[in-house]
Design a protein around this ligand. Structure first.
Ligand SMILES: C[S@@+](CC[C@H](N)C(=O)[O-])C[C@H]1O[C@@H](n2cnc3c(N)ncnc32)[C@H](O)[C@@H]1O
Length: 215
């Protein structure tokens, strides 16, 4: 997916509402510490938290994503700082984060980037910080479609590329909590997402894994 093009064509491609995971757990986050939203997209999670009074740093390589979140931030005078970059090149302007959101990012990364993502998340947090994560699992229908497609090539365990810069990586059962093995598991679920639709595409639901992990 070309996120600049998608976001230019559709306002709120992923909807305006935060994921239920965030709604259910934001009260556990430390309001006195900054939140980092990795891959903010059109901002549904960062905006929700900022409107609740959290200071948020929001990063995304998509210029259109950052422009739209910045415009809403200015319009509502919200405590969000935006950075147009990937997590790989991000340099925090704060000592550490109280919480990190990783919503919908893991499934579009190459497998080896997930280790880097975990390393960065660890170096940007402290004991007590909370990481909320949502990703696709190998039970998602798109996993078998991608694996069996001639357009996508395997490039490691449950990881694929179309050779044109797009990647898909899926979590096996139990893999997500194992990745956060040295965190305390506050919550972990593997199952189906609610039915939803993006723009004018048909309704769909994903097999997903999600978790709330505390250092
Ligand atoms: C599936 S969207 C999810 C957006 C948002 N988190 C949400 O749930 O509405 C994934 C987002 O990650 C961004 N992204 C892609 N590569 C990234 C990277 N290396 N670092 C940070 N964000 C990235 C994309 O531009 C896109 O906006």
């Amino acid at each position: 997916m070309n996120y600049d093009r998608t976001y230019s064509k559709t306002e709120n491609y992923f909807g305006t509402q935060p994921e239920t995971l965030l709604r259910n757990f934001y009260h556990r986050l430390d309001r006195s510490k900054r939140v980092l939203d990795l891959g903010v997209g059109q901002g549904r999670h960062a905006l929700f938290l900022a409107r609740e009074g959290f200071a948020v740093d929001a990063i995304d390589p998509s210029e259109v994503a950052i422009e739209s979140v910045s415009a809403l931030t200015d319009r509502e005078n919200l405590p969000i700082r935006t950075f147009q970059c990937g997590f790989e090149n991000f340099v925090p302007q704060t000592d550490f984060y109280g919480s990190i959101l990783i919503f919908g990012l893991i499934q579009i990364l190459p497998g080896e980037s997930i280790d880097l993502l975990l390393e960065k998340a660890k170096s940007w947090t402290r004991a007590g910080s909370i990481v909320l994560v949502r990703a696709f699992s190998t039970a998602d229908p798109s996993f078998a479609r991608t694996r069996d497609s001639r357009e996508w090539k395997s490039r490691g365990k449950n990881s694929f590329t179309d050779g044109q810069g797009r990647f898909r990586t899926y979590m096996e059962p139990g893999q997500l909590p194992a990745l956060f093995g040295d965190y305390k598991v506050i919550y972990h679920r593997e199952g189906l997402s609610p039915w939803h639709r993006h723009a004018d595409r048909p309704p769909e639901r994903h097999a997903e894994v999600e978790g709330v992990f505390q250092r």
